[in-house]
Design a binder for this molecule. Sequence first.
Ligand code: NAD
Length: 315
Amino acid sequence: MSGLNYRKVAVIGCGFVGAASAFAIMESGLFSEMVLIDANKEKAEGEALDISHGLPFAKPMKIYAGDYKDISDAYLIIVTAGAGQKPGETRLDLVKKNVGIFGSIIPQIAEVNKDAIMLIVANPVDILTYAAKQLSGYPENRVFGSGTTLDTARFKYLLGEHLQVDSRSVHAFIIGEHGDSEIAAWSSANVSGIPINDFCEMRGHFEHEASMKAIAENVKNSAYGIIEKKGATYYGIAMSVRRICEAIVRDEKTILPVSSIQHDNYGISDVALSMPAIVGKNGVETTVPISLSDSEVEALKASAATLKKVIDEVL
Ligand SMILES: NC(=O)c1ccc[n+]([C@@H]2O[C@H](COP(=O)([O-])OP(=O)(O)OC[C@H]3O[C@@H](n4cnc5c(N)ncnc54)[C@H](O)[C@@H]3O)[C@@H](O)[C@H]2O)c1
């Protein structure tokens, strides 16, 4: 990679998610330049100004509303642009609409910048990650989605609350689709090395089946619940985006459940979904095939099949 400014990030789409992510990125101090792009230029300009006014309390950086020509040297390009689901609209309608939006955005990015890392956040994130790979011509390691990073954070948070332990000491993943067919990988879940059920019993919880079902359902339905109450979700995803940026910029080789194109993982290929993966300066280095129970493998295969069906219908 050459000609890139490794301290420069771009956020395409400055709605709730893009603006909150830009704010979290500004606070992180990871970059010295941030370009905001939105179809509504005034929105991008307003967000750039508002976020810039926090800079005297953070670290110096340049934040401005720009155009595609301004991102030719950006190291990291985050795409949050997309339409939300309208009443009466099916999921598939929404997929078609957002794939259409990507059909306009991604080639414009690829035209000016072939070397960046592209992080897809807009939904349905797995389908749009697959579409972005096709539309950009980028190598697979440099186009990936936030995937189930947010769902996994919700999972850890809920387990931390349930067990009254720091959520950072909880090691557990949500894998598969970022959506209804996602899977809680209970068989590998642990708290600082202690298998999850043993830790539960240590904390006085013995109803494993019921608790696991309730927590997994809560994770899956979190977004629906928040959207019903406040119209959109954005702080959790903003922190997830910030964490992924950190792993890349600092070349941390952190294991995160991002969405990437799979190659014979449990027999799954040619579909983007989330599996834990090593993330560093070149994007996704490799996926980490955590061990799964037979039922988890079946559920993962079903999740992949659900996504493949949508890909076949819209791409
Ligand atoms: N991956 C996750 O975990 C996660 C979590 C929350 C939300 N999301 C998704 O993020 C996306 C954005 O959500 P939001 O709440 O910010 O929506 P929003 O409607 O507030 O913002 C979308 C923005 O995209 C812009 N836009 C639309 N078409 C564009 C184009 N062609 N070029 C540039 N900008 C364009 C709009 O002007 C708008 O500002 C949605 O798809 C949502 O489902 C993902």
